[in-house]
Write a new protein. Structure first.
Lengths: 300, 808
């Protein structure tokens, strides 16, 4: 299990990296971040780039900052740094919860925030989190910098809106607004595995206790993380309750398109899971919106 | 005077033994934890090449042609081998059952995904892997045989055409009047079970460096090999070499659990070094190779089991029908796993009669290999499920049901229906201790309380036997020859009084070097720092098999103590000469040679040894002047098998009771273990810390078996679990913290009364977890009969139970 031959460059600055990509626009170039997804692909010879551009020396891409209503996170920031960040814990607890579900400490020591977004695995936590929170992703390329909303960024199974010559530089996550309830739940066969399915939700309640805002995202159950727009619309204006959650769960389950099927779980299982997780996520998010910690912690 | 092997510590020539029986720190560990253990991949020889193996991407196909031209031209490539070389320089792999093997490189056709087709030796592994991509193989695809039931049907494609059938073995063994027992039973219970393919996954895969000597046509193999002698004999046979021309240097290795295999890869590597003119060639099996083409797959079983029961709760007969899907050939020796259940067929129960209807079938999958427990774990699992099914139907508590059927403690040695003899035991004591440890009454209250809250919680109380100290005769029914497995040790003292123990097996992780050190330290009354244990190659080691079949702790104790005893006699004789006394008047006491009853006449061992070494001319004529002795131990009293496969095979029978409580999430099928209690009796604990380590590790593997681990093949015979993303091993998060208790019933048949305990909880844990799941599912009328009990499987069962109409 050794990779095929490739050339290797490790620029010290973002500028150098961008111009390298520009110079090699016609070659098969890949970016190396934490390597937790890419290196296995290289070793199995499923990825065979001619040139590997390693971003690990670019210090300017590693930071977590508060920027107005946003947390700005450099693409090369390790997940472990997110997990240990006081700022993240205070400003966006959903990000912390999602981070803790990504693999194991060893993986989080190396794996980066940008890498998970750019890789866009259907069962990965970060794309789902970006969708539910309405994150923005900044990329630079030969044409300069642009900002892409999460809704536009993720294009399907392992696909994003980035051009091959572009580099993801920053992930911008909105700070949790007071009164917003959130949830991030998943089911995995083992602690730290990619999820068989997961759900992320944020909710806001109006003065009468009805939903004024709901966002729900499912991941791991189909080819890419999906926002449940239809379910969200039906919930707004309604008072939270078990019957309503069950109805939302049933809608989520029935509406799931092309559920994944693999050695771990059938499409039927994942369709069921979509409903179960929707119900659990709504329950947790509503509890938090009401200032309570959800009583039953997710088991995995 | 013949050599005496101590039966207890009191028999040691030491008034204050301080090592044996204690959980002393292991002598192996400082090297391991500082990264100084010489694993095979650390070894670099001058001029060494690296091998890569081209493996079949398809399950069943005819090989039309192989073109190695481009590969040979790649700079850095030194040798390429194909089936032409295999046919020139080797024979088909030895197998169980016999003559179900092929050459180490596929010739006319490939028979499973991952089968070696060609191999390259190059200056490094990168170039070698580049080169195998340049080998062009033209496959003409054949229909794959994947389902063992269909494989038996007439007209099925054949895995090995020359055999004329895919059935490798079919036999029914009947022990006693089974039909009578079932006819007289008040109730008969029957259930089918499916135990899916799983297996060993040691931290280190297999690795070898092969070096051909073209001058005297001999082969040296440095390898992470479990049983060097056995391995070397096999390689000599395959490679057509005299057995004394194959030298095996066993390296410490990172576990095996039966998965070290490596035979076929070694034979391929041997062809490479020969073709490369004798340059050493290293082949390190990578994890993908291991998972798809290595020694890691075992036990792919379809069971139908019946139990005959009386209304008073006595089990009067057991009928087990097993169909095992062995994969493409018998080269992994996996079939011995279908034979070993005879060593403990009826578990800890006095079930007087039994039948075993055994069928082994070839399919286009990786050949099975052994795995920790060697076959009984699935057998125990299905037997324990049947015990629960019967107990539930009779409305008897599962613990009491088992108590009723236990072999009574006054009936040992006890011969079970399938012919093996259990040495000793006190099963009720183990049960009582386990129930107390688990606080069984309270546990049931907690379960019932949880159920009242609508939760899906279950408890199990199961028991199983661990046969210890394997013998070849246990596998006679699948064609293994012979009786008796030797283990030898040489104990030698130098002129400074320091002691070396020389053995024929490398470190594997179970702490046997520590055990040897404990025994010698107490025997000669010296410290750990005075003793070194070394592993010799197969040209110089005493006869040895090494670890396997829960034997080495017992066998090594016999070998080391036997050698110590011989040395004691020798030293006494020499000292008697120096004291000018009769040898009977002199003995070893507390590490000194002492004249019995004559105060002040004594001599340190080093002085006696010095005399032996320097003045052999002064020694009595019948004394061999080397201050060392070798003893080779074999299990006493083993017998030939009779026509129904019965024999005294495994020497010891350890027993355990596990009590488990767990919760199933009915919405997701996930299982969470809430309580895990284990009490076991493996006789005298020579090193309790080692035993506990074995228990802990085997519980982890049992959890993996019950809930996670499964090799999945699709209908074309393609393997879908070729990485650890998909073949799921338990991690620290999935393995429960356990409460442990012990009972000690020494074996009357072994040195110091120890019983084999290396397979440990693997025999019991899968049964315990599946039983607890079934207790959790029982209120809703569902029953899990498939292992692993994955979330998908459990959820499917639960859903079917909740919506009976939609369920079917
Ligand atoms: C055992 C194990 C368990 C895991 N479990 C989980 C899990 O539960 N959940 C989960 O989400 N992930 C999991 N992962 C994946 C892990 O989170 C990876 O870190 C992540 O998928 C990729 O991040 P990386 O920094 O390692 O990127 P790399 O592997 O280096 O790159 C991944 C891809 O993204 C591209 N890329 C990376 N950075 C950039 C950038 N800045 N701009 C443009 N393209 C870029 C690369 O070119 C490559 O195609 C697991 C990994 C392992 C090995």
């Amino acid at each position: 299990m050794k990779p095929a031959r490739f050339d290797y460059a490790a620029p010290d600055t973002l500028g150098e990296a961008v111009s390298l990509l520009e110079r090699h626009a016609d070659d098969d170039v890949m970016i190396l971040a934490g390597g937790q997804s890419l290196v296995p692909l290289l070793n199995m010879r499923m990825a065979r780039p001619e040139l590997l551009v390693d971003l690990n020396r670019i210090a300017e891409l590693q930071y977590i900052r508060e920027d107005g209503e946003w947390l700005a996170i450099g693409a090369m920031t390790r997940k472990r740094a997110v997990e240990e960040s006081d700022l993240v814990r205070r400003r966006q607890p959903a990000l912390l919860a999602a981070t803790r579900l990504v693999g194991h400490p060893q993986i989080r020591n190396r794996g980066t925030v940008g890498g998970s977004m750019a890789h866009a695995d259907p069962a990965a936590e970060y794309p789902a989190l970006a969708l539910v929170l309405g994150a923005e992703l900044r990329v630079v390329g030969p044409g300069g910098e642009r900002s892409i909303a999460a809704d536009e960024f993720f294009k399907g199974y392992l696909m994003t809106a980035m051009e091959p010559v572009e580099i993801l530089t920053e992930v911008r996550v909105p700070i949790l607004a007071p009164g917003t309830g959130w949830s991030f739940v998943e089911v995995a066969r083992r602690h730290g595995d990619f999820a068989l399915g997961g759900a992320a939700a944020t909710v806001r309640l109006d003065a009468s206790g009805s939903f004024s805002e709901v966002r729900i995202v499912l991941f791991g159950v189909s080819g890419a993380a999906v926002r449940l727009g239809g379910v969200e619309e039906r919930l707004v204006g309604q008072r939270p309750g078990d019957a309503l959650f069950r109805e939302a769960g049933a809608t989520a389950s029935e509406g799931l398109e092309e559920p994944l099927s693999d050695v771990h779980a059938s499409a039927e299982y994942r369709r069921n899971l979509a409903g179960v997780l929707t119900i659990r996520a709504l329950g947790e998010a509503v509890a938090r919106a009401g200032g309570r910690e959800p009583g039953q912690e997710e088991r995995r | 005077m013949s050599v005496q092997i101590p039966k207890t510590l009191e028999d040691f020539p030491n008034s204050a033994p301080r090592w044996v029986g204690r959980g002393v720190p292991r002598v192996e560990d400082p090297h391991l934890v500082t990264g100084r253990t010489e694993f095979i991949d650390n070894v670099v020889l001058p001029g060494m090449l690296h091998a890569a193996i081209l493996r079949s991407p398809v399950a069943h196909a005819r090989i039309v042609s192989i073109d190695i031209n481009e590969a040979e031209k790649l700079p850095g490539v030194i040798a390429v081998v194909t089936s032409d070389d295999a046919r020139r320089w080797s024979h088909p792999e030895p197998t169980v059952p016999e003559e179900w093997g092929t050459h180490c490189l596929a010739g006319d056709k490939v028979r499973y995904v991952g089968e070696p087709v060609a191999a390259v030796a190059a200056v490094n592994r990168y170039v070698a892997e580049d080169a195998i991509e340049l080998i062009a193989v033209d496959y003409e695809s054949l229909e794959a045989v994947v389902d063992p039931v269909k494989a038996m049907e007439p007209g099925s494609p054949l895995v090995i055409e020359e055999k004329g059938t895919n059935v490798m073995l079919q036999r029914v063994f009947t022990w006693g009047n089974v039909d009578g027992a079932f006819g007289d039973a008040d109730r008969v219970f029957t259930e089918k079970f499916r135990w899916h393919r799983l297996g060993a996954n040691p931290l280190e895969t297999f690795g070898v460096i092969a070096q051909w000597d073209p001058v005297d046509e001999s082969l040296t193999l440095r390898a992470s090999v479990q049983s060097a002698t056995h391995f070397g004999l096999g390689r000599a046979a395959v490679l057509g070499l005299p057995s004394n021309k194959v030298r095996v240097i066993a390296h410490p290795h990172g576990g095996s659990f039966g998965g070290k295999g490596g035979t076929r890869g070694t034979d391929v590597t041997a062809l490479l070094t020969r073709k490369a003119g004798g340059r050493p060639v290293k082949w390190i099996e990578d994890r993908a190779e291991y998972l798809t083409g290595g020694g890691g797959q075992a036990w792919d079983r379809h069971y139908e089991v019946s139990l005959a029961v009386k209304n008073d709760g006595r089990v009067t007969g057991l009928d087990v029908k097993l169909l095992d899907d062995m994969g493409a050939t018998g080269e992994g020796f996996g079939a011995i796993s279908t034979a070993k259940p005879l060593a403990s067929f009826t578990g800890p129960y006095a079930i007087p009669v039994a039948r075993y209807d055994l069928t082994i079938v070839a399919t286009n999958k990786l050949p099975q290999s052994p795995y920790r427990g060697m076959g009984p774990p699935p057998h125990n699992c299905v037997l324990e499920q049947m015990m629960d099914i019967a107990a539930r139907d009779l409305d008897i508590d599962p613990a009491e049901f088992r108590r009723t059927n236990f072999i009574p403690k006054d009936s040992f040695p006890y011969t079970i229906a399938s012919g093996n003899e259990y040495d000793s035991g006190d099963y009720e004591a183990v049960l009582d201790k386990a129930l107390a440890l688990a606080d069984y009454g309270k546990l049931r209250e907690r379960r019932d309380q949880a159920r009242a809250e609508g939760r899906c919680v279950g408890i199990s109380v199961v028991s199983a036997i661990e046969p210890g100290v394997f013998d070849w005769n246990a596998y006679a029914i699948v064609g293994v020859q012979g009786t008796g497995v030797p283990e030898g040790a040489t104990v030698s003292i130098d002129i400074m009084g320091k002691i070396s123990v020389r053995v024929g097996f490398a470190l594997e992780g179970q702490g046997q070097y520590t055990l040897a050190t404990q025994l010698v330290a107490d025997y000669f009354n010296v410290g750990f720092e005075d003793i070194t244990v070394v592993c010799l190659d197969t040209h110089s080691a005493p006869p040895a098999f090494g670890p396997g079949g829960s034997r080495l702790g017992v066998a090594l104790t016999g070998a080391v103590l036997g050698a110590c005893g011989k040395l004691r006699l020798k030293l006494a004789k020499v000292a008697a000469g120096l004291f000018q006394m009769d040898p009977e008047q002199v003995d070893l006491v507390d590490g000194k040679l002492v004249a019995k009853g004559v105060a002040g006449v004594e001599m340190p061992m080093a002085q006696v040894v010095g005399t032996m070494l320097a003045r052999s001319d002064l020694l009595p004529p019948d004394v061999d002047p080397r201050p060392e002795a070798t003893h080779v131990w074999t299990a006493p009293g083993r017998t030939e098998v009779d026509e129904e496969g019965r024999a005294k095979s495994y020497l010891t029978a350890a027993q355990a009771v596990h009590v488990v409580m767990l919760e199933v999430d009915p919405e997701t099928g996930l299982v969470e273990i809430l309580e895990y209690c284990v009490v076991d009796d493996c006789g005298t604990r020579l090193n309790p810390a080692t035993v506990e380590g074995q228990t802990e590790g085997s519980i982890a593997q049992g959890v993996g078996a019950a809930l996670l681990e499964e090799y999945v093949y699709d209908e074309q015979g393609q393997i879908l679990t070729s990485s650890f993303m998909d073949y799921l091993l338990p991690t620290v998060y999935e393995v429960p913290a356990t409460k442990k208790g012990i009972v000690v019933t020494p074996s009357p048949f072994t040195p110091l009364g120890a019983k084999g305990c290396g397979e440990g909880a693997m025999h019991t844990t899968p049964a315990a977890i599946l039983s607890a799941i079934n207790d959790a599912l029982a209120p809703m009328g569902a029953r899990a009969t498939e292992v692993p009990a994955s979330p998908n499987r459990l959820w499917t069962l639960i859903r079917a139970a909740q919506q009976p109409a939609a369920g079917e």
